[in-house]
Design a protein around this ligand. Sequence first.
Ligand code: MN
Ligand code: MN
Length: 330
Amino acid sequence: MSEPRPFPKPQSGLVVPRFGGIATFMRLPYFEDPADVDIGLVGVPWDGGTTNRPGARHGPRQMREMSTLMRRVHHVSGIAPYELARIGDLGDAPVNPASIDDSLKRIEAFYARLHKAGTVPLTAGGDHLVILPILRAIARRRPLGIVHFDAHSDTWDTYFGGHKYTHGTPFRRAIEEDLIDPKRTIQIGIRGSLYGNDDLKWAYDQGIRVVTIEEYFDLGPEKVIAEARRLVGDQPTYVSFDVDGLDPVFAPGTGTPEVGGYSTHEAQRMIRGLRGLDLVGADVVEVSPPFDPGGATALVGVTMMWELMCLLAEGVSRRHNRPRPKVRRR
Ligand code: MN
Ligand code: MN
C-alpha cells in the first residue's frame, strides 16, 4: 500500500495574498481526472436556456474570481471542508453556445464521468437548465429529493411554440424523466408575476411543496427548513440554488430578478439547516456578470457554494467514516 495522498488544500492566503495566483474555485488545485477528488467544483459556462436577459454563461469565470475571497474554516459550524474531503476544481463542462441539444449532451457526458468516478458535483452555472443534464447523469435509477431555492418554480411546459428546453422548464422535464421525486421536492421563495393563473398548477398537481415567498415570511426560515428536512428524509437529495431566489437588493446580477425575496443571511441559515442530510450534489445558478459589474452577486453565489461545500464535505467524510480532524490556522 502506498502512503495516502494528502487532501488538496487551497493556496494559503497567509502565504500568497488572496488576490494573487490563478483564479480556480476556492484557490484549490485544478484536476483533470474526477477520480482524483471526492467533491468536484465545476463551472458550466452556458446560458442557452435563457428566455430573457442573458449572461449567465459568464458566471463560472466571475465566480472563480470572487471565490478567492473564501477562507478555509466555516465560521459558525466550524466545518473545515478541506480536512474532511478531497476537493478540487475540475474546470468547466464542455458546451456549445450554438446548440441547446448538443450542449445538453456534452454537459451530461461530463457529469456522467464524475458520477462514474464517485465524485460529488458542486456546480456554478450557467442558467438553470444546466441542472437537467446534471440530473440525467447522476439521478437515473434513483430519483432524487430536491431542495430548490428560487423565485421561480421552473416547471413551465414549453416556450415559443412548443420549445421544451429552457431555464423555465428543467424541473418539469426532470420529473417527467423520473430524475427527481416531486413528493420529495420543495421550492422555496416562489414569487413574481405569472404568464397565467394556472402557472403553478402542474407543480401542485405533482405534489411539489411550493413555499411562496409570502408563506416563507409567515413561517420563517427555521420552520421552512424543518419541513424540507421532513420531506426529503434520509434519502439522496440534491440542492439547487438559483440566486434570483434572493432579493435583488442582495443579488441584482441575474437575468430574471424578482423583488421581495429572502436575504443572503437568511439563505445561509437555510443552507446550514440542511446539515446532515444525504446530499449527493448541489449547484448555484443564474449569476449573470453583465448585470453584476462589481462582482457582488458572484460573491453571493460563491458564498452559497462555500456553505454547500461544507455540508457536502461533511457528508463525504461521514460516508467514508473519516475521523474528525484537528484544524490548524492557515
Ligand atoms: Mn431557476
Ligand atoms: Mn429563478
